[in-house]
Design a protein around this ligand. Structure first.
Ligand SMILES: CCCCCCCC/C=C\CCCCCCCC(=O)SCCNC(=O)CCNC(=O)[C@H](O)C(C)(C)COP(=O)(O)OP(=O)(O)OC[C@H]1O[C@@H](n2cnc3c(N)ncnc32)[C@H](O)[C@@H]1OP(=O)(O)O
Length: 445
């Protein structure tokens, strides 16, 4: 029987048994360690291409010397590798989620595989085995070199089951430390790679424990807290030199029809096309005689690495980081370039962007001439209400209701262009006057 993944999702009249089978195949593939490095699109194509094969106890699944048909994934039952190897060794007993066979190169099997019980395998035929060669974790077509910068920043190397490695690219936004948005998004990406492709992240809660080191790679260790029918929960620790610097808990949910309401309305703001980009604003500020010369000199001499996220403020003003302003802000943002078609990626990109200009809003009413501040995010929570595109304009509306005890709170809402509430966010951050030693946080690792 073919799994017919995409057909079943496209057809509303699909037979229930077939739909259950499609879901089961997607969930199964999400648990196969070999596949955690693949993009959602590759997984969907694999789910479409696999066929079921059943074997009785004692039957040969493959014979040593036979030409291989492709890669076998054990769906149910047990098998053993017999032949030149010692089958007493548990490594040569195969069970659910194990795999064997031949990938793209057609060659003969090196050993016999014999069913130890009733056995069911999913078989991915040779002609589709190229899908097992990942180009990028986000796309079956684009390579890591050809995709957008933010997609490259969020690329992770799978190290082993549940463990991924991320790095801080030289061209990634960095503020003298690992950018909090990078940690949130890379950790959310690692969690997403361990959840079947039918479930998508709907909420996340993180704590920033230590300032991350820019040079060292970051290890993301995923803990599979729970896999339910419709929900899955993951905890991810980000680790440098054996120390946990950051932790995330995220929940994933399969699509489901339900009650609908939206009381919050999108504020009325100018369209993004009518507004200036940060780069344009910066260029104008450099030569604006109404701004203090010291500020303009600072802007002119500070190395400016363009962000991978385009930002357009809805109410551009002459305010600087030395001018008191209300504790609120509204801007449009979107990823620069086109992103691969993967809802997990789009949500991770929004998580990345959400920490760029957020906490700073809580400092707005306290800004003064000559004031130097030290601020770092402490925790961050996001609820994704619906599917979104991070490469199309999203309105971010921010309010800081309170600052007290050296902590500023910011809450935010993100809307699509047509007014749909996409995301609700809350963050608390440490906000202090900078010690004379400096305002850039240093890693204590
Ligand atoms: C021109 C056009 C317009 C353009 C407009 C553009 C506008 C926007 C422009 C630019 C936007 C940029 C936006 C960037 C946003 C980025 C946000 C982030 O990415 S934040 C990174 C993630 N968060 C963390 O990494 C925290 C990690 N957690 C911690 O560090 C700890 O848990 C901490 C500090 C929260 C608590 O640790 P403990 O209990 O040990 O705290 P204690 O003892 O108070 O301080 C520890 C150390 O923190 C530094 N520190 C603390 N307070 C400081 C202060 N007042 N001044 C300087 N350093 C301080 C010092 O190094 C201190 O260590 P010592 O005491 O010196 O040994």
């Amino acid at each position: 029987m073919r799994s017919r993944f995409s057909d079943s999702f496209a057809r509303s009249d699909c037979d229930f048994a077939e739909f259950i089978c499609v879901v089961a195949v997607a969930e199964f593939l999400g648990c196969v360690p070999l596949l955690q490095k693949l993009s959602t699109s590759s997984l969907r194509k694999i789910a479409d291409a696999v066929t079921f094969q059943h074997f009785d106890k004692g039957a040969y699944v493959v014979h040593e010397g036979d030409v291989g048909k492709g890669v076998y994934f054990i769906w149910e039952g047990e098998a053993e590798v017999s032949g030149p190897v010692d089958s007493e060794d548990p490594d040569f007993h195969l069970s659910k989620y194990d795999y064997f066979g031949h990938g793209t190169a057609i060659s003969v099997h090196a050993a016999n595989i014999i069913a130890l019980s009733k056995l069911t395998c999913l078989v991915l035929p040779h002609e589709h085995c190229h899908l097992l060669q990942p180009k990028s974790i986000w796309s079956s077509d684009e390579t890591n070199e050809t995709c957008s910068l933010v997609e490259r920043i969020l690329h992770l190397e799978p190290i082993e089951v549940n463990i991924f490695q991320g790095i801080t690219l030289p061209e990634a936004p960095r503020f003298g430390k690992v950018f909090g948005g990078q940690l949130i998004a890379q950790a959310a990406a690692a969690a997403s790679k361990t959840v079947d492709c039918l479930k998508v992240i709907h909420s996340l809660h993180v704590y920033f424990l230590l300032v991350g080191d820019l040079i060292m790679p970051i290890i993301y260790q995923v803990h599979r807290l729970r896999d339910g029918k419709n929900f899955a929960t993951r905890k991810v620790d980000a680790i440098q030199t054996g120390t946990v610097i950051f932790t995330l808990i995220a929940s994933f949910q399969a699509e489901e029809e339900g009650f609908e309401h939206q009381v919050i309305m999108m504020p009325s703001v100018p369209a993004p096309e009518t507004l200036l980009s940060i780069e344009d604003l910066r260029g104008r500020r450099l030569i604006d005689p109404r701004l203090p010369r010291g500020y303009r000199n600072k802007v002119a001499t500070t190395k400016f690495i363009p962000w991978p996220i385009e930002i357009r403020f809805c109410e551009p003003s002459n305010a600087t980081n030395q001018t008191e302003t209300p504790p609120s802000l509204r801007y449009w943002f979107k990823a620069k370039g086109k992103l691969s078609e993967d809802q997990a990626l789009h949500r991770c990109v929004v998580a990345f962007a959400s920490d760029l200009i957020f906490l700073g809003t809580s400092l707005n009413p306290h800004r003064r001439k000559g004031l130097k501040t030290y601020s770092v995010s402490l925790d961050h929570a996001m609820w994704f209400h619906r599917n979104l595109r991070a490469d199309d304009w999203i309105l971010f509306e921010i309010l800081s209701p309170i600052a007290h005890n050296a902590r500023g709170l910011v809450s935010g809402r993100m809307f699509s262009r047509n007014g749909e509430l996409l995301v609700t966010l809350i963050q608390e951050g440490l906000i202090r006057k900078a010690k004379p030693s400096g305002s850039l946080p240093a890693s204590k690792l």
